[in-house]
Write a protein that binds this ligand. Structure first.
Ligand SMILES: Cc1cc2nc3c(=O)[nH]c(=O)nc-3n(C[C@H](O)[C@H](O)[C@H](O)COP(=O)(O)OP(=O)(O)OC[C@H]3O[C@@H](n4cnc5c(N)ncnc54)[C@H](O)[C@@H]3O)c2cc1C
Length: 476
């Protein structure tokens, strides 16, 4: 299909019969993740259409963050591997720079002509009676229906607000951190931020500078790390070859030297080991706590008018509460039967990507790396291309085959980026070999089945892992 034909296909239609694009994939979302997948599809010649609800690319970095925010992961650990950020940019670029970067990426890979902007996907469901055919019916805003040969869901996970609830009634305003946009919203107000993660601490620091008074309430202890150590971004300090146990010992020792005890700042000691939850990377919170410009509190107990009572019996007068209490991951437009959720609220997506019962649908970018997203998006997008190619040669859904080989669904949103990279490298080598062992793997289960499959695949995996030169597209 030529470019102009492809672009024309993006125009909405009122046709009553679903339009047939079963040789195309649909990418839902043109944020950091969706753009990375689209670029990989361009490189691999996979025909696709991309749908974006907003009027431009960039997702969270276009419409989702407050003025003045800077990334907490560093420039080098956040850029895509196929498009570097300018070398003269700072270690921690601003939201504006992130958006400029994503615009540059979209232009570099000529992604815009393939994106239908202001086109929200309202519904995605398996097409036809036989779900194993792996075709998908999409309903666009406006009602048009289309059939696609595959779908990549890249709708982001920083929009479905998680709000806490406490006893009593609060007489001031309560908003989620997603709805905090600029410092003007804080001026002259007594502000309480609930939470201890990265957004909570960033906003508490903004309040320390702009509000009448600034408070922060945390229900547990967090690991707070400075943004830089020894003059380098902290996230770059951790080397991939260093085992997690050693990373923990090293970081704890450095925090003890640089920060000291959290209790000396009025904060509880963390109730979990470092990296078991998302670390909070912020150099200014502790500074402002020490200067008395942010007052720390325990969890909220109840509200009464403008008074917020805390669990330790203290209270504060507050005008504005900002809940930096995180997000739910959800795909509200995907037919309910496609993704099963367990009791802990985690989706049954094998390798954090594939529902085991369905073919040709990929949920992209649902986990949170401990550092920047770009390198994982680039590697993940390549893995999706390999998965698409592999699925064509399999009878069963790829997720089901990988599950038989021992791949699992995530048990936590937070992932060690180095481990994810290693897993993706292994999967890239294993996936192309799966068709040759599919029958063996998917037959009745018996001991040694998986081991024999690995032995059968071993020569090809070794050749692919160590014998192939990686092909990186040229940088700008
Ligand atoms: C305050 C803050 C700070 C952060 N700091 C960092 C950082 O330092 N480093 C880092 O790596 N990450 C950071 N992040 C995480 C950030 O979300 C990711 O960098 C990145 O934006 C995720 O990209 P995404 O494409 O998955 O989601 P998004 O950027 O949210 O993009 C999803 C896109 O999908 C579109 N969409 C959704 N549903 C539909 C639909 N039904 N139809 C069509 N389009 C749809 C949306 O409009 C949106 O454009 C931060 C997040 C926040 C909130």
């Amino acid at each position: 299909m030529t470019m102009s034909q492809s672009t024309a296909a993006l125009e909405p239609s009122n046709h009553p019969v679903p339009r047939d694009f079963r040789h195309h994939h649909a990418i839902i979302g043109a944020g950091f993740c969706g753009l990375g997948v689209a670029a990989a599809f361009q490189r691999h010649g996979i025909p696709y259409h991309q749908f974006e609800a907003d009027d431009d690319v960039g997702g969270n970095w276009y419409h989702g963050v407050y003025q003045g925010v800077h990334i907490i992961s560093s420039r080098k650990t956040t850029e895509y591997t196929d498009w570097p950020m300018p070398a003269d940019w700072p270690d921690f670029p601003s939201a504006e720079q992130m958006l400029t970067y994503l615009h540059g990426y979209a232009d570099h890979w000529n992604l815009r002509p393939h994106i239908a902007f202001q086109t929200r996907i309202e519904h995605v469901r398996p097409f036809g009676e036989d779900r194993h055919r792996g075709q998908w019916e999409l309903t666009l805003a406006g009602g048009e229906r289309r059939i696609y040969g595959g779908v990549i869901v890249a709708n982001g996970h920083h929009w479905h607000r998680r709000m806490p609830s406490y006893r009593g009634t609060f007489a001031g305003d309560i908003i989620h951190s997603k709805d905090y946009k600029h410092r003007g919203m804080l001026a002259g107000k007594r502000v309480l931020v609930i939470g201890g993660g990265n957004s909570a601490c960033d906003i508490a620091v903004e309040a320390a500078r702009s509000a009448q008074s600034a408070h922060i309430s945390m229900r547990r202890g967090y690991w707070f790390m400075p943004k830089t150590m020894f003059g380098r971004p902290t996230v770059e300090f951790i080397r991939p070859w260093l085992p997690v146990a050693s990373q923990r010992i090293l970081l704890k020792a450095l925090i003890r030297v640089i920060v000291g005890r959290y209790r000396d700042y009025g904060l509880p000691h963390p109730d979990h080991n470092i990296f078991e939850r998302h670390p909070t990377i912020n150099s200014e919170l502790l500074h402002f706590l020490r200067h008395g410009r942010i007052v720390p509190h325990t969890d909220v107990d109840r509200y009464h008018g403008h008074t917020v009572h805390f669990q330790d019996g203290t209270a504060a007068e507050i005008d504005l509460i900002i809940c930096a209490t995180g997000y739910h991951v959800s795909f509200p437009f995907v037919a309910e039967e496609v993704v099963e959720w367990n009791d802990s609220g985690m989706p049954n997506l094998i390798a954090s990507l594939l529902p085991p019962q369905y073919k040709n649908i990929y949920f992209f970018g649902i986990t949170q790396p401990r550092y920047g997203a770009g390198p994982l998006i680039s590697a993940g997008a390549e893995a999706v291309c390999t998965a698409i190619d592999t699925q064509k040669r399999l009878k069963h859904p790829l997720g089901a085959v990988l599950e038989r080989l021992g791949a699992t669904a995530p048990t936590t949103w937070l992932r060690d980026p180095h481990e994810v990279m290693r897993t993706m490298k292994r999967s890239q080598a294993i996936m192309p070999q799966l068709p040759q062992v599919e029958e063996q793997l998917m037959g009745p289960k018996h001991p040694g089945q998986v081991a024999r499959a690995f032995v059968a695949m071993a020569p090809s995996i070794l050749r692919d892992t160590f014998g192939r030169r990686s092909e990186q597209p040229s940088h700008r």
